[in-house]
Design a protein around this ligand. Structure first.
Ligand SMILES: Cc1cc2nc3c(=O)[nH]c(=O)nc-3n(C[C@H](O)[C@H](O)[C@H](O)COP(=O)(O)O)c2cc1C
Length: 214
């Protein structure tokens, strides 16, 4: 053992210096801890934008990102283009084999500092508004720690959006303390090909996405 080992530090000056070093180390450790963002993605055509959303989030220093997907959402993006861990229903059930195993939706709600559901389709919106939890994504939301922020970005065709039940569901979510990222109206896609110019085929998608290059 050498004199530089903290055990041999004896004088008040040395102890004070050691305390400062330890304090600095603690601060650096706290600073290096990443902020955990959990992205939820559902079966809206706006899920085409998932790779872009994840890429943009990863540009923000200090963020760690994970994605929870519904099965329907998988139709809209290529998993190979998502450079972060992607969880779906299969992972939830593969992870749990016996009583000592972790439960993925609880692990994820614990891991996340913030959740953003983008896009949130009409189906999952309705489920969340009514407390239904029949897949990994809705289980995470059902178990959500309400002291942490949850942002949701509705995305659906205008016909669905204008149905009176949508406003009720959105209000319900806001009542839970979740934050709505309001829709922007964009033309094109929406599965309404051929009518893309008409008012009625407009698509409402959250998180300010632009459809022009799809
Ligand atoms: C091509 C296509 C595009 C769709 N786009 C939307 C959409 O933008 N918004 C929406 O609410 N539903 C949309 N749907 C319907 C949902 O995919 C459907 O309600 C599905 O059951 C949602 O499942 P999930 O909420 O578990 O992801 C679309 C369906 C198809 C086939």
């Amino acid at each position: 053992m050498t004199q530089s080992n903290p055990i041999f530090l004896r004088s008040p000056g040395q102890i004070c210096a050691l305390r400062n070093v330890l304090w600095l180390e603690l601060c650096l450790e706290a600073l290096s801890e990443k902020f955990h963002v959990l992205v939820g993605v559902t079966g809206s055509v706006a899920a085409l934008k998932l790779p872009l959303l994840v890429a943009e989030l990863l540009k923000i220093p200090g963020l760690e990102v994970k994605v929870v997907t519904t099965e329907k959402a998988k139709h809209f993006y290529n998993a190979q283009e998502i450079p972060v861990t992607l969880y779906g229903d299969e992972e939830e059930w593969q992870l749990w084999k016996g009583r000592s195993d972790p439960v993925l939706h609880i692990e994820l709600r614990r891991w996340a500092d913030l959740m953003v559901v983008a896009p949130l389709d009409a189906n999952t919106l309705a489920k969340v508004a009514n407390g239904i939890c029949d897949n990994l994504l809705t289980c995470v939301i059902r178990a959500w720690d309400l002291s942490k922020p949850l942002l949701f970005c509705p995305a659906m065709n205008t016909a669905m959006w204008e149905h009176p039940i949508t406003a009720r569901h959105v209000e319900q979510l806001k009542g839970f303390g979740y934050t709505e990222i309001p829709c922007v109206v964009k033309k094109l896609v929406c599965g309404d090909e051929g009518q893309a110019d008409s008012e009625k085929s407009r698509c409402r998608c959250g998180w300010g996405c632009s459809w022009t290059h799809i």
